[in-house]
Design a protein around this ligand. Structure first.
Ligand code: NAD
Ligand code: GLY
Length: 360
């Protein structure tokens, strides 16, 4: 098992990465001095595979365990589900000495973290991420929350977990399309911070797609190291540093919005957004065409879509980009690469964005 530490002073925590790590969950929680009562939050899909071993790992270490099951899906990432968690915690009389365990992908992780941030003004929680997206991104960094009917992740809080335990074996049961979508976020790290990692992905696409254990562990660990550093530098996204993690997301979120969140998984839309960002960077003379094409080709090798379909209205995409959380003082701020391994945040007016998006 390997450990990456998120260096946040008194809120620092470890990310444990390895195969067959789940049985260690209880002893690791015990070692952190977490209280005696714990509620596992999960959904039926993940629970069918991993609830029993998670419960056993915690019970064997002496914890009093209960389970709160939420329906599966992004459409349930809302305040109703948070109320379901609160009801469970009140019914079971969990107190400030208790903690939550998020067992699932990013949807379960974000909601469990938000419930932990707000119940009794804050109790500890532990992340057990089960998707690629959750293992390389959402379980690390303390962004928690739910969607509002008019926008994604509009309600939330920063609340860091006390521990993130990743069992890479869990990725073996992921639907193939979910696996590929998560890999778009993996490619993102290479483009924003680490050209060597980008080359490693190019050289190891096949073993990664086959979830070969050595390659998978190296990939997840490198993503966690990069994310941990960015989060330690700019925990609350105040300096602009953390915003680089949103590479590909401004166009990606807009594509998700104009397709009603039905056509693309989030990672697929982010992949399209990365291709768009690279083309825009090239058009502006910031990025060489060969580097833009190298990024597109790598996404394609991972079986991801790389062309925004012509029937998607470019003006609607540009309008939706105006709702991005990075918009400041009326400017839409795009993360653009100047080479593989380095990006910058660049402001544009709404008119400029319309012109840039028109020809994508
Ligand atoms: P998800 O949580 O919906 O999981 C995808 C699907 O896979 C679900 O149906 C789930 O039940 C199933 N699943 C999960 N693990 C499985 C496993 N091991 N085997 C079989 N099936 C499994 O989606 P996701 O892609 O993990 O997360 C997306 C969410 O994460 C979005 O809501 C997004 O906003 C959020 N997110 C948050 C951050 C952050 O920093 N907090 C970062 C990125 C994404
Ligand atoms: N996933 C973006 C962030 O954690 O900042």
């Amino acid at each position: 098992m390997e450990t990456v530490t998120v260096g946040l002073g008194e809120r620092a925590y470890d990310i444990l990465i390895g195969n067959s790590t789940l049985p260690d969950l209880g002893t690791r929680c015990k070692a952190l001095g977490l209280g005696t009562r714990v509620a596992i939050v999960t959904n039926p899909t993940v629970g069918a595979h991993y609830l029993a071993p998670t419960r056993n790992a915690l019970a064997d270490a002496g914890f009093d365990v209960s389970v709160c099951e939420l329906p599966d899906g992004e459409r349930y990432k809302n305040t109703d589900s948070i109320n379901t968690i609160y009801d469970h915690l009140v019914d079971r009389r969990l107190d400030r000495g208790s903690f939550l365990v998020a067992l699932g992908g990013g949807v379960i992780g974000d909601m469990t973290g938000f419930a932990a941030a707000t119940f009794l003004r804050g109790i500890p929680f532990v992340q057990v991420p089960t998707t690629v997206v959750a293992q390389v991104d959402s379980s690390v960094g303390g962004k928690t929350g739910v969607n509002h009917p008019r926008g994604k992740n509009l309600i939330g809080a920063f609340h860091q977990p006390r521990l993130v335990l990743m069992d890479l074996d869990m990725l073996g049961t992921l639907p193939h399309r979910e696996l590929l979508a998560g890999i778009a976020e993996v490619v993102k790290y290479g483009v924003i911070e680490d050209a060597d990692f980008f080359d490693f992905l190019n050289a190891n696409a096949k073993p990664l797609l086959a979830l070969e254990p050595g390659v998978t562990a190296r990939v997840v660990r490198r993503c966690c190291e990069l994310k941990a550093q960015v989060v330690a530098d700019d925990e609350r996204e105040t300096s602009g540093r953390r915003a680089i993690l949103n590479y590909g997301h401004t166009v990606g979120h807009a594509i998700e919005a104009v397709t009603g969140y039905k056509e693309y998984l989030h990672g697929e839309a982010v992949g399209l957004g990365m291709v768009a960002a690279a083309r825009i960077a090239h058009r502006l003379g910031r990025l060489a065409e060969a580097e833009s094409e190298a990024q597109r080709a790598l996404l394609e090798r991972f079986g991801l879509p790389t062309e925004i379909p012509q029937h998607l209205d470019r003006a609607a995409i540009a309008d939706a980009m105006g709702l991005d959380k990075k918009v400041a003082s009326g400017k839409i701020r795009l993360i653009l690469a100047d080479r593989i391994g380095h990006v910058e945040m660049v402001p544009f007016s709404a008119d400029e964005v319309r012109t840039l998006v028109k020809d994508l």
